[in-house]
Design a protein around this ligand. Sequence first.
Ligand code: 15L
Length: 257
Amino acid sequence: MRSRLAADDRILRLLDIAELPAADAGEQVEIIQASITDMDAMEKACAGADAVIHLGGHSLEQVWSKILDVNINGTYVVLEAARRQGVKRVVLASSNHAAGYVEKSRGEAGDYEFPRPDTNYGVSKVALEALGSLYADRYGLDVVCVRIGSCFEKPKDVRMLSTWLSPADGARLFEACLATPAPGFRVIWGISDNTRRWFSLDEGRKLGYESQDDSEAYAAEVIAEHGELDPESHAARYLGGAWCGPDFNTAEKEAGR
Ligand code: 15L
C-alpha cells in the first residue's frame, strides 16, 4: 500500500515492527519502527494524523498467546492511541476468517455475516470488530472494518479466485474508507469484483468503492496449475477454506497432542 496510497497532498506515516526501507527521493513518508503493542510509540505515531489504517499483527494462524498479545491487545492499543490523540477515523483490517465457518452453500455471503471465526486468528478479527464498535459508539470515532479476502498480486489457488482482493482494489477500498463522509461503524467485505466471488460488494459500494479487477483473468492459469476444488474439501465448503480443516487445529497442537 506504500506506493499505492501515496498522494501529493499526503504524508504517509508508516509504522512496522520490522525495519522498513528508507524514504526514496521525493517520497512523502515518515518511518517509525515499533510494535503496535507499545502505547507510547503508538500515541506518537498517531499525533497529528487525520486517519489510521491498521494492518498490523499476525496475518496467519498463531498460538493463542501471540494472537492475544499482538492481534487483540495490539488493536486495543491502536484504537486507544488514536482516541487519545484525537484521530477521528480508523480503518481496521479484519478478515474473511472472522466468518470462516459460514457455509458457502448458503449463497453469496451477505452484507453482514454474524461472526463464525475459524481459528484463533479469526477470533482476533472478531475482537477487532468488537473493539472498533466500542470506540465508534462510546468515543465517536469513525471505524470501518474491512473483512479482507485474499490480498495478493495474483490469486494463488482456486479458492482465491473467489476471495481475491487485488492490491489496486485494496488501495481503492482504503481510499473510499478514508473519503466517505461520516461512516460511523461499518463492517464491509474487502474483495474484488470477481466473477466467482462469494461475498457481497454492496456495503463497500455504499462507501464509494468501485472494484476494477476480476480474478477471472487468472482463472485458466490457476485451474491448470491446481485443478478444480474438491467438492468434499473444506475449501469447497466454507468461506475460510482450509483454515476450517484439521491443519489449523491449534488447540490440539498447543496441548501437545
Ligand atoms: C487472511 O486473513 C490472511 O491474512 C491471508 O494471509 C490469507 O491467508 C487470507 O486470509 C485468505 O483467506 O486467503
